[in-house]
Design a binder for this molecule. Structure first.
Ligand code: SF4
Length: 226
């Protein structure tokens, strides 16, 4: 059975496919977009008895100094939770080629879907190389990211665990862990095109604002908008 979920931005059909066996006997490859999103995601997987390896694959992030800064904080949380981090190649030219023609799309639009697909395809490939059954992504924790769109892309790749890390107060836990671990909270999504949404005098709390809510955080019993 399929269900259609509509948001302000777009409509996505999410197939009701059976979840892969979870927890898996082998570690899950967790695509980590940034430390504030990765921290509560790793915590949840570990609490569920699922070992995890972080995969930092973010060719979308610009400039390179910003990419490195986010990576250093991902390493910090990985040390805290005693999990490994694998860094992908930063291939921003390939990413720019993938989103060509979509530069002026608004955040949450078609460029972002291509961006999700770019990073998730690389994560799927890495999982295959490492002989890991499952992969998923911390992208679903962000209030700015549409989880049904991410699930749709992940389902097409196969071996994808549909975990919406926003649920069960995920974003609130992100705020707590970011404070406790002194994690860097960026002021824009990542690419040069998302910088234009950044206020000139914004501090690092601007993008991951404490009061953000998301299109799919919902009011379901196991979730709350924060
Ligand atoms: S705004 Fe964020 S998700 Fe969208 S294309 Fe840029 S980096 Fe990717």
């Amino acid at each position: 059975m399929n269900t259609t979920q509509t948001t302000d931005k777009a409509e996505y059909t999410v197939k009701k496919e059976p979840q892969p066996a979870y927890p898996s006997s082998s570690p899950i490859l967790l695509h980590a977009c940034c430390a504030p999103c990765a921290a509560p995601s790793v915590e949840r997987l570990l609490e569920n008895g699922q070992a995890a390896v972080l995969f930092y694959s973010n060719s979308n992030i610009y400039p390179y100094e910003e990419y490195l800064k986010r990576l250093s904080h991902v390493r910090r949380l990985a040390d805290f939770f005693t999990v490994d981090v694998i860094e992908d190649t930063w291939d921003h030219d390939a990413w720019l080629k993938a989103v060509r023609g979509l530069e002026n799309e608004p955040e949450g639009g078609k460029r972002c879907q291509v961006c999700f697909a770019f990073n998730l395809a690389r994560t799927r490939k890495k999982a295959d190389e490492l002989n890991l059954e499952l992969f998923t992504t911390t992208l679903t924790l962000s209030p700015h990211k549409n989880s049904p769109a991410i699930f749709s892309i992940g389902n097409r790749l196969g071996g994808f665990l549909k975990e919406n890390f926003k649920k069960k107060d995920g974003f609130r836990r992100s705020l707590q862990l970011s404070k406790e671990l002194n994690l860097y909270r960026q002021s824009y999504c990542g690419c040069e095109f998302s910088m234009r949404n950044t206020l000139p005098n914004s501090k690092n709390s601007g993008y991951l604002s404490d009061s953000q809510s998301s299109p799919d955080s919902g009011n379901s019993p196991d979730s709350q908008s924060v």
